[in-house]
Ligand binder design. Structure first.
Ligand SMILES: [Ca+2]
Ligand SMILES: [Ca+2]
Ligand SMILES: [Ca+2]
Length: 394
């Protein structure tokens, strides 16, 4: 016969479990395998009726489905160091819930498309609107691609890395080698809400008449800060035609704060090697330089325009001329950056920004400002230590 206290404990335990189960929509899911275990079931763009138990572990695709099926509330997916290769389109495509994917850092957690994608390509993430809300932190998104009409499923050919119709937040990430060769947005296409900080976009591209080698903002809002865009391109059709915005195409409302944009390009009839603005551009403490095609081509509205450096003097900057940038490389911090050099000539971006709205750190995590004033761009040059002997060293 059960002791009354034990019975009470059992009932409490069952009730507690029931209460917990009802509130258990928010979950943390840890990915345990780099194998794309849901690959054979990905051809239907829904997460229902899938066997999440196939294979030996929980794959990234399975984790996304588990989160989507978990109802309201936010879910955290922990993505340990490793290379996660999507072998089919487009499951991870469909994020319809609130998900945070936490990588172990952009150098060690890599999400990529396979070398030989299905016809049409292998995009890496798609956020459905309006319920989809994805945050990615500390990972690399590379080699995602949409290759032609009908590719990357119903929305076609845009956004080789990520297609966003909901809300997307990117922090401490690298996007490289993503492409959309018959559409817009090599790395990201957005018609929703986009926030990017402390991230680097390099060598992403579009082709034909596509625009936005790295990012194409069709509509909606986008805020980018403490980030670097290097060698992204709108390659054109190879016969004199081309798309706009080698780095960024803006058709919505775009805010840039302490961003470095360098060596991006357009071809043929394309314009705006660095930035093409067809919406509202608000920009502060931002560099655009070394472009093929104009560093910044404004076709619509420039709102806020404070302390920017645009090498070729397009988009009415505070200062023009070469910013004297170092190569894209590891300068400390989780992502690659471009240093402001002091020789052979002092970079005119050093101590030339505004402290108003300047982020508390630079892209690497170095506190701002160094010296009295924030530098222009994503990199803050450390203030020189002047020793009592009057020199920079003892
Ligand atoms: Ca599994
Ligand atoms: Ca230059
Ligand atoms: Ca400074």
């Amino acid at each position: 016969m059960l002791d009354q206290a034990i019975l009470f404990a059992l009932v409490a335990s069952v009730l507690g479990g029931a209460v917990f189960a009802k509130a258990a929509h928010a979950a943390t899911i840890t990915v345990t395998t780099t194998v794309d275990e849901l690959a054979d079931e990905l051809n239907v763009p829904t997460c229902s009726n899938k066997d999440y138990n196939g294979g030996a572990g929980i794959s990234l695709a399975e984790a996304i489905c588990l989160a989507n099926n978990n109802g309201a509330g936010s879910n955290t997916i922990t993505l340990p160091a490793g290379i996660y290769t999507f072998t089919k389109w487009p499951l991870a495509d469909f994020i319809s819930s609130t998900i945070l994917i936490n990588g172990a850092g952009a150098l060690s957690t890599i999400v990529q498309a396979n070398a030989n994608p299905d016809a049409g390509g292998t995009r890496l993430f798609r956020i459905s609107g309006p319920g989809g809300n994805l945050t990615i932190n500390g990972l690399t998104v590379r080699n995602g691609r949409c290759t032609g009409t009908g590719g990357c499923l119903t929305h076609p050919q845009h956004g080789g890395g990520i297609f966003n119709e909901g809300s997307l937040t990117v922090t401490n990430c690298t996007f490289s080698g993503n492409s959309s060769t018959a559409g817009n947005g090599g790395a990201i296409y957005s018609s929703g809400s986009l926030t990017v900080s402390n991230s680097t976009f390099s060598s992403n591209h579009v082709a034909d008449y596509g625009g936005g080698g790295a990012i194409f903002i069709y509509s909606g809002t986008a805020s980018v800060s403490n980030s670097t865009f290097y060698a992204n391109a709108a390659l054109g059709d190879g016969a004199g035609g081309g798309g706009n915005g080698g780095g960024i195409f803006n058709g919505g409302t775009l805010s840039l704060v302490n961003v470095t944009i360098s060596a991006n390009s357009v071809a043929g009839t394309g314009n705006g090697g660095g930035i093409f603005n067809n919406g509202t551009l608000n920009y502060t403490n931002t560099i655009s330089a070394n472009s093929t095609g104009a560093d910044c081509y404004n076709f619509a509205t420039i709102g806020t325009n404070t302390r920017n450096l645009v090498e070729d003097n397009t988009c009415s900057p505070y200062v023009s001329g070469d910013p004297n940038l170092g190569p894209l490389t590891d300068n400390g911090g989780p992502t690659q950056t471009m240093e402001l050099l002091k020789s052979p000539s002092l970079s005119p971006a050093i101590d030339a920004g505004t402290n108003s709205g300047c982020p508390a750190t630079d892209q690497r995590g170095v506190s701002r400002p160094q010296g009295q004033i924030c530098d222009i761009g994503a990199f803050e040059v450390p203030a020189e230590v002047i020793y009592s002997n009057g020199f920079e060293s003892l």
